[in-house]
Design a protein around this ligand. Structure first.
Ligand SMILES: [Zn+2]
Length: 173
């Protein structure tokens, strides 16, 4: 009797942990298709950018890459962030923004849901507050359904949602 009770307990535990892993509404899980972008206007025309997106939107899977195709997909996404951030977020040409190297972290691949976190800084030749910006994540990341953008200025903060990860927004209150 004891044996079957503990067997049953193990079965319940196995079942509930697998259902948690598949349940995107659990507390710390992300929503697939939803990416978050923070654009912070700092002093001296410096802009700090922080992008968070589910692995599903970055590469189409969330486990650690295993197959050659998965390894290539991960490298491709990393290369996009390293080489094309000026296409993902396009500031006015006359601002002559120079992009730094991104810091790319991929977290929790072992847990069944992974998150990509990309931080990058750009320094421009003029103040960007009041300017408009073109955002084009949808061009490279087709499975973004919505991009939740926070703009943080010196004395204001606002949120904008861009469908499919692309659109334009103004850096004003
Ligand atoms: Zn996920």
């Amino acid at each position: 009797m004891k044996l079957s009770t503990s067997f049953l307990a193990a079965l319940i535990l196995a079942f509930s942990s697998s259902s948690i892993a598949q349940n995107h509404t659990s507390l710390d899980a992300h929503a697939h298709g939803v990416a978050k972008l923070a654009i912070a206007l700092e002093k001296n025309n410096k802009i700090s950018i922080d992008l968070e997106m589910p692995g599903d939107s970055a590469v189409g899977f969330e486990h650690a890459p295993k197959t050659p195709a998965e390894i290539a997909a991960k490298k491709n996404a990393e290369d996009t962030f390293k080489e094309k951030f000026s296409e993902l977020i396009t500031f006015p040409e006359n601002a002559k923004c120079v992009w730094g190297n991104p810091k790319i972290e991929v977290n929790d691949e072992a847990k069944g849901h992974s998150d990509w976190d990309v931080q990058i800084v750009t320094v421009c030749q003029m103040a960007l507050e009041g300017q408009s910006v073109s955002v084009n994540f949808g061009k490279y990341f087709a499975s973004i359904d919505k991009l939740e953008v926070s703009v943080i200025g010196q004395d204001f903060q606002k949120k904008v949602t861009l469908k499919k990860g692309s659109g334009s927004l103004s850096l004003t209150r």
